[in-house]
Design a protein around this ligand. Structure first.
Ligand code: BT5
Length: 411
């Protein structure tokens, strides 16, 4: 019996399902699966625009030779539908031999330890979990490789609760002009509801009304393709839900307590940490673009923003985990989006009111045609802001920028 370690990866379709099937296919009398790590989600490495992977590492005990084990891995891949063409093709499931006892093998079709093992956090993290204290044949400790791994932050634990419509496929790009721009094109071309597009940086990130959105590396810049089938007047509710999800995800993954500024800004300590841009062609599609200043240095933010700005890293004094934040956001949005479509606006409005920085304040709201001053006293069932002017008239505002008292409290 030889103890070996296998690496599993999947980035199309029901990824977690493929991993489970692969474990079932591998576990046989001559190849016993004796341990398995948790499932981790990872940013695809070495490519741009591919869906994120799920990865897992298995500990096995086997009587198979290395060649026979390789044949078994290929057979399980083939049974699950993977066609090997290009090295970086999307894969239903990929099964690699990471380690085979203390052997070092250098042959054309088999390199053990696996060539990527020492460098890639998506292998090292689950390997260290399934075999604490493990050393490679040359004596190197897996833990020390992990400590030196540059991409540790691009690997996070996956939760089966993350398997909702929104985020079933998250495509990760290095650089895009604007994730919203690509998402709109993809939505027009028929992309599935819930497809998410993320970019490490944007060269033409945009805010509302044609404004520029600064999108340097370190932030979380994403767009979500939705097909909510709501009346046009109700689409702002999706914006409220997305900003609530953003605030809730920040709260869940950091110690911060974000507040919301109408319509869709997320504030930390009175400063804007995230903004939202909804673009829609009802009833066909709606794209929710979300920009979160995560690990963005204050110098990389606009020097004279319309509203005081900050980043999570600046507020926390340390960097924050973008992957966990992304998943927490998508999980929450899945829930609230279903609720809006099923039960209506009440739950979302209650959550928004509870986090609101705008309600109960004297505000100035600039719309396309005028500036309205008064007390912001509520939002209605479509997400419009209700303001009682100093003259006592009630105004309902569908789109605008809030300034005034809200800013007075900001240093
Ligand atoms: C927004 O606009 O707040 C919407 C931001 C949406 C950005 C996301 S990123 C992913 C997706 N793809 C895109 O191309 N966009 C979306 P608005 O409320 O109009 O705020 C824009 C104003 O905020 C600018 O005029 C600046 O003054 C300021 N600003 C620009 N970049 C900022 C940043 N990174 N953080 C805080 N404020 C910023």
């Amino acid at each position: 019996m030889v103890r070996a370690f296998l690496g599993l990866g999947s980035n199309v379709g029901d990824r977690a399902g493929y991993l489970r099937e692969a474990v079932r296919g591998l576990d046989t009398p001559d190849l016993r699966v004796t341990g398995r790590s948790g499932v981790y989600e990872t940013v695809p490495w070495g490519v741009t625009g591919q869906a994120m992977y799920l990865n897992q590492v298995l500990a096995v005990e086997t009587t198979l030779s290395p060649k026979a084990l390789l044949g078994r891995c290929r057979a399980v891949e083939a049974a699950l539908g993977r066609v090997r063409r290009e090295r970086w093709d999307p894969r239903t499931v990929d099964v690699d031999i990471l380690l085979y006892g203390d052997s070092t093998i250098r042959e054309p079709d088999l390199t053990v330890p696996h060539a990527d093992l020492a460098r890639r956090a998506f292998v090292l993290v689950p390997l260290a979990e399934v075999a604490p204290g493990l050393r490679l044949p040359d004596g190197t400790a897996v833990d020390s490789l992990l400590a030196a791994s540059p991409d540790r932050g691009s690997v996070w634990r996956w939760d089966d609760a993350d398997a909702g419509t929104i985020g079933h496929e998250v495509r990760w790009y290095d650089t895009l002009p604007s994730t919203n721009e690509l998402a709109r094109r993809e939505a027009e071309a028929g992309a599935a509801e819930g497809t998410v597009i993320v970019a490490e940086q944007q060269t033409a990130g945009r805010g509302r009304l044609g404004r520029v959105w600064a999108s340097p590396p370190g932030g979380l810049w994403l767009s979500i393709i939705l097909r909510p089938n709501l009346a046009a007047a109700q689409t702002p509710l999706v914006g409220l839900a997305a900003s609530i999800a953003t605030a809730a995800a920040i709260e869940e993954t950091t110690a911060l307590h974000p507040r919301l500024k109408w319509p869709n800004d997320v504030l930390v300590g009175g400063r804007k940490v995230a903004g939202l841009l909804l673009e829609t062609r009802p009833p066909a599609w709606l794209v929710a673009g979300i920009g979160v200043n995560v690990n963005v240095a204050p110098e990389a933010l606009p020097s004279r923003p319309r509203y005081p700005a900050t980043s999570l890293a600046a507020a926390l004094g340390r960097s924050a985990d973008r992957g966990r934040l992304l998943r927490a956001l998508l999980r929450r949005l899945n829930r609230d989006y279903d609720e809006i479509r099923g039960r209506g606006a009440d739950g979302i409005l209650a959550q928004w009111r509870a986090r609101s920085e705008t309600l109960g304040r004297a505000v100035q709201v600039s719309t396309a045609s005028e500036t309205i001053e008064g007390l912001a006293y509520d939002v209605d069932e479509t997400g419009a802001l209700l303001v009682r002017t100093h003259g006592g008239a009630d105004r309902r505002i569908v789109a605008g920028d809030v300034t005034g008292e809200v800013e007075a409290g900001v240093p």
